[in-house]
Ligand binder design. Structure first.
Ligand code: AMP
Ligand code: MG
Length: 342
């Protein structure tokens, strides 16, 4: 299959491919998604094949307007409508009870479905033109870092999908925050582009699921099935170092080998001699760190590094999502040097 590169002038072509059961790479504000008609089980099945995605990892439905919520979900609690009103379009996925028209191929047989309204003009235009909810996981091969530009998506998907719509680099850079709204106290299942603090402002109490910060034990089943898989991983193993940035920089300096890669804050980029450095932004700029984290992880694959150390931001704001992606890339191999107040 030849993968076409489309531009903003090709919205109708992209929508037509979706309507006829094909696969299109779609830019969103978080990362590039691999879209298919979310009401067509055969089309959704092709997503799993193209990505090599495990069959038990459900997909998120993307809608162009909060008014579409009722098309895919039922028993929607008032708090979900409130979130939709306040925070959509935006990097927030809500887990709600599914309607019968949502195929098992999307939910992997669960009675719930993840839904979001992305904040990207091209994504909204394509979904609107297709006239159906679009099922779209991140547009990477399963296990690889998520793509934040069309070129990265093409690296993974060339020849596997019909087209990629190039909308330039993604503004947020990490995937959506996932919140389960089917339980009495809303539960954060995956940190992402919508900070936990914003959700607590809107909802009051929000519980953070254990899978967000730690590797689950052998018998434990995550509430977001995707959280159990190793993810975002470059080819070389990653070791995450948490704590105050001066201490983490010192630790990494003391442990450098011959072919070491370092993901660090900009302030420390000059402190690791003879290493491959990926600076992901200043200590205080977590939005920039979020935009850079997947590109940084991907960049090491074209080098000869055999170990990658990563400085890790504290958990406020977007730091929670950046830290989660780094720790997942590391398979939760973490050196903990104490509290980081940021
Ligand atoms: P991706 O789109 O690749 O970022 O992956 C989607 C994430 O959403 C995965 O971690 C899924 O496990 C999660 N997800 C999708 N649908 C549901 C659902 N109904 N319940 C819980 N988690 C879900
Ligand atoms: Mg993904």
């Amino acid at each position: 299959m030849k993968t076409q590169l489309l531009t903003e002038h090709d919205i109708d072509t992209a929508a037509e491919i979706l309507r006829s059961g094909g696969l299109v790479g779609i830019p969103t504000e978080t990362v590039y998604g691999l879209g298919a008609n979310g009401l067509n089980a055969a089309a959704v099945g092709r997503i799993f094949t193209a990505k090599g995605r495990p069959q038990d990892n459900p997909l998120i439905l993307h809608i162009p307007d909060p008014a579409w919520l009722d098309r895919c979900c039922r028993n929607i609690p008032p708090a979900a409508y409130r979130l939709a009103r306040q925070l959509w379009p935006g990097p927030l996925t809500m887990i709600l009870q599914r309607r019968e028209n949502v195929p098992n191929a999307v939910t992997c047989g669960l009675d719930t479905v993840g839904v979001r309204c992305p904040d990207h003009p091209l994504a909204l235009a394509v979904i609107e033109a297709a006239g159906v909810p679009v099922a779209a996981p991140s547009g990477n091969l399963s296990g690889r870092p998520s793509p934040t530009c069309a070129r990265h998506m093409l690296e993974d998907m060339d020849g596997r999908i019909d087209a990629i719509l190039d909308g330039g680099p993604c503004g947020v850079g990490v995937e959506s925050t996932i919140i389960d709204m089917t339980v009495p106290i809303p539960r954060l299942l995956r940190p992402g582009g919508m900070p936990l603090e914003r959700l607590r402002e809107a909802l009051g109490e929000v519980v953070v699921d254990k899978a967000v910060t730690a590797q689950l034990g052998a018998g434990e089943k995550p509430r977001a099935p995707g959280m159990k898989y190793r993810h975002y991983a470059p080819k070389a193993p990653v070791i995450v170092v948490t704590g105050d940035s001066r201490r983490t920089a010192r630790y990494i300096r003391r442990n450098l080998g011959e072919h070491t890669g370092v993901i660090c804050f900009d302030e420390y980029a000059g402190q690791f001699p003879n290493c491959v450095i990926e600076a992901i932004g200043p200590v205080s700029d977590k939005a920039r760190q979020a935009r850079r984290v997947f590109d940084a992880l991907r960049a090491f694959d074209s080098t000869d590094v055999d170990t990658i150390f990563a400085q890790c931001p504290g958990s406020s704001g977007l730091g929670m999502a950046v830290a989660n992606r780094l720790k997942k890339a590391a398979g939760f191999r973490v050196v903990d040097l104490g509290e980081d107040a940021t």
